[in-house]
Design a binder for this molecule. Structure first.
Ligand code: PHE
Length: 467
């Protein structure tokens, strides 16, 4: 019983779980900040081209590898007869691990904000930036730092919830929750969009998001848009392979890929059109130095100025919390699935120990935000060896190097070794005809690898400009 391979309970179950994995903090927390820094409309346009041309083919490939192999990500390549590609699986597994360390802590921040909007919305409104920093262990008024115990406790709680869900089995809880939570998230986003768009001063932000100011676009911007797309679609790590392996044979993976990518992109774009205009309206274009604070800081101005704002604030962070939970659960599921299958360990203790380790490493991430000057190491040819804050180094390493490498491995494997025909066969298994065979083969063999190599080169040659 313990180690039996699960399957999704219903047709909708997979779509919602995959969308649940994809739609997460990346859409609402990361995307608006990057769109803002990347020149607004120009970034948006690039992103909208990247998703169908690069994101969809890679997602389709990962799902096919998973379903054909019926295996966890590390063993998938071996099961398909190509042991030499197991490194791709290892890389994916490791990325999932590093990302979960910080992702779960940001989930803790979100949980903290859920509580804040219940107990002390006025304090958030009074000084949104100060409140955010205060949560992370920095007091701007006194220029003093301290140990952010409260938020660490919230991160602990967040991971505890994830552990319970995973131990109980993903299908029942997660599937059921997603059926309500995902549509609800969408409705709330639409309401917030209307409020943000009608704030005085928001027009400038909307114009910015629609403007094609290519002057702000550098090779870096393309790199950021591409890695953001992979991150947001949960590609380049174990997730879609693992989720694909739980798919029944009669499921149409082509259609599912399209639906998941579309939903994910819709949510990201909507979030961009909420947060960026809200920043312009409440803090001015230079209001927030760092993208990460967007979803936490700038939205306070929106909630303050709407009737029932504290309630909507609460609701918003609650839904963001669920979005973060479904993503974190998918990440931990990928890690645990491998450990239980490969090592034969039992699910419950494996989940608990994994979550404990993730929590401890994540503490370093949270503390390096503001409380302590913990540093990571980074190398690029433009600046040589540098020591950015640990939290940034963790994100750079995964988003800019490891995810692209893993995605490159997948493209190469599927395009040249396992062959696109195998993916076509996998898609057509449910009785449909795959009509875009040539386009798909071309994209997965040439276009996607070239774009990913470009990311890696730009990453290494020019360094990162995001602070
Ligand atoms: N795609 C998720 C997001 O946008 C993050 C994530 C990455 C989740 C990788 C699972 C795996 O927030």
């Amino acid at each position: 019983m313990e180690n039996k391979r699960a399957q999704w309970g219903s047709k909708l179950g997979f779509i919602l779980a995959a969308a649940g994995s994809a739609i997460g903090l990346g859409n609402i927390w990361k995307f608006p900040g990057k769109a803002f820094e990347g020149g607004g409309g120009a970034f948006l346009l690039m992103y909208l081209l990247i998703v169908p041309l690069l994101g969809m083919p890679v997602m389709l490939s990962e799902l096919s590898v998973g379903r054909a192999s019926q295996s966890n990500v590390v063993d998938a390549f071996k099961k398909l007869g190509h042991k030499g590609y197991s490194w791709v699986g290892w890389m994916g597994w490791t990325v999932a691990f590093i990302i979960t360390c910080y992702y779960s802590h940001v989930g803790g921040w979100v949980l903290r904000y859920v509580a804040s909007y219940v107990v002390e919305p006025r304090r958030v409104y009074g000084d949104p930036l100060g409140y955010f920093y205060g949560m992370l262990g920095y007091d701007p008024a006194a220029d003093a730092t301290f140990m952010p115990w409260t938020v660490i406790l919230f991160a602990f709680l967040f991971l505890a919830i994830c552990a319970v869900v995973i131990i109980k089995g993903v299908e029942g809880g997660i599937e059921k929750f997603n059926k309500v939570g995902m549509p609800a998230l969408f409705v709330i986003l639409v309401i917030l969009f209307v409020r943000a768009a009608t704030l005085p001063g928001a027009g400038e932000g909307i114009r910015y998001m629609l403007s094609l100011d290519w002057g702000k676009v550098t090779p870096q911007t393309f790199l950021i848009a591409l890695s953001q797309a992979f991150y947001s679609l949960s590609l380049g790590m174990s997730i879609m392979v693992t989720y694909g392996s739980y798919l029944p044979k009669e499921e149409n993976i082509g259609k599912n890929t399209f639906l998941v990518c579309t939903m994910d992109t819709l949510v990201a774009v909507l979030a961009g059109f909420i947060v960026v205009p809200a920043v312009f309206a409440t803090l001015g274009p230079d209001g927030v130095g760092k993208g990460g604070g967007f979803a936490f800081v700038s939205l306070a101005g929106v909630f303050e100025h709407m009737p029932g704002g504290a309630f909507f604030g609460f609701l918003f962070y609650l839904l963001l919390l669920f979005a973060a939970l479904t993503s974190t659960v998918s990440l931990i599921e990928g890690i645990v699935a491998f450990l239980t299958e490969r090592k034969g360990w039992r699910r419950t203790p494996t989940t608990i120990v994994t979550c404990a380790i993730l929590f401890l490493i994540g503490c370093l991430y949270t503390c390096s935000q503001a409380a302590f000057p913990l540093k990571g190491v980074w190398f690029d040819f433009a600046n040589g060896v540098t020591f950015p804050p640990l939290c940034d180094a963790m994100e750079f390493l995964t988003d800019r190097i490891m995810i692209p490498l893993c995605a490159l491995g997948t493209c190469f494997f599927v395009g040249w070794v396992w062959k696109p025909e195998s993916v076509v066969a996998e898609v057509e298994r449910c009785g449909v005809k795959f009509r875009l065979v040539r386009t798909y083969s071309f994209l997965i063999r040439f276009v996607a690898p070239a774009a990913i190599v470009a990311i890696l080169l730009v990453s290494l040659l020019t360094g990162t400009t995001l602070s």
